[in-house]
Design a protein around this ligand. Structure first.
Ligand code: AMP
Ligand code: ZN
Ligand code: FE
Ligand code: FE
Length: 280
């Protein structure tokens, strides 16, 4: 019986709707879930409203996963119990969304320069949530017959270093952590095992991050032990989740409910959250 605290929906790059995720979680008999879409809170209200009342009601934790980067090191920061009406958070998320649109326009212009005729409308057909990104451009290139696979679109045109690639803005880690705290949330380093520069975990701890996602499909035993010890040493929270992106989605790291924490672990996070100073 567990809480899966890392789940994506169609609000970002998942293929299951928030309602679908709730239904699947209820069927699996999970204790609770957190929807943690990339840089958006658009799926939270829908997920919360889809939960069936009654005995064994699914516990819903509002979450987010902010993509951050500094000096070429990418790191994702999870936020839990965030107030998704928080103005500072919403303003920044709105800006990020706008920047993604501008970037898509720029990338399409570069693709047109190469002599390939795709337009923004063809790309938008593949956007399910509010976020437009390279996967949608790749799908449009595929649909129009310019490439034979999504992977080929990245390899030829939109992958890093390719002619139609445009960099996109990512949060600075410190900003991501502060935005989450400012919105009353608990901040967690997502999948620390995927961070390329290991020492960076200590820097994130120094920035005031509240915990680590210790239990993650790609973490092996040794890593789990190491992160668990680190959390105990620094008095940090331990979380876990599957990073589910939907059935048959290549970004899914594990099945829904394949990774997570138990009730005792969840209680620790809740108690920690309750003890945090509340901002006016
Ligand atoms: P964006 O945030 O718009 O830069 O797009 C990033 C997303 O593109 C990632 O989450 C992956 O899902 C996808 N992606 C990146 N590289 C590749 C690749 N070589 N083949 C297929 N998908 C990729
Ligand atoms: Zn994702
Ligand atoms: Fe991530
Ligand atoms: Fe994720």
């Amino acid at each position: 019986m567990l809480y899966d605290l890392h789940i994506h929906t169609t609000a970002s790059d998942g293929t299951s709707t928030p309602e679908d995720i709730v239904m699947q979680a209820e069927k699996l008999g999970l204790l609770g879930i957190a929807i943690t879409d990339h840089d958006t809170t658009a799926g939270l209200t829908r997920g919360m409203n889809a939960i069936k009342e009654g005995a064994g009601k699914l516990d819903f934790i509002p979450g987010i996963e902010l993509n951050a980067e500094i000096n070429g090191v990418e790191t994702h920061i999870l936020g839990y119990f965030i107030n998704h009406n928080n103005r500072a958070l919403n303003n920044r998320l709105y800006q990020i969304k706008q920047e993604r649109r501008d970037r898509a326009d720029k990338m399409i212009a570069k693709i047109q320069d190469i002599g390939i005729n795709i337009n923004i409308e063809q790309v938008k057909q593949f956007v399910k949530g509010e976020m437009i990104g390279r996967p949608h451009i790749a799908q449009a290139l595929l649909a129009q017959g310019y490439v034979n696979s999504v992977g080929e679109a990245f390899k030829m045109y939109i992958g890093q270093g390719r002619p139609a690639y445009v960099n996109r803005y990512k949060f600075l880690p410190e900003e991501a952590i502060n935005l989450i705290h400012g919105a009353g949330g608990v901040s967690i380093i997502a999948h620390p095992g995927l961070i390329s520069r290991k020492e960076f975990i200590y820097e994130l701890i120094a920035m005031g991050v509240n915990g680590l996602e210790v239990y993650y499909p790609d973490h092996h035993e040794e890593q789990i032990r190491w992160y668990r010890d680190l959390c105990n040493k620094f008095g940090l929270l331990l979380t876990g989740g599957s990073d589910y992106h939907g059935y048959n989605n290549k970004d899914s790291r594990g099945r829904l409910g394949s990774c997570g924490i138990n009730q005792a672990g969840m209680d620790q996070i809740k108690n920690y959250h309750k003890s945090m100073p509340k901002l006016p």
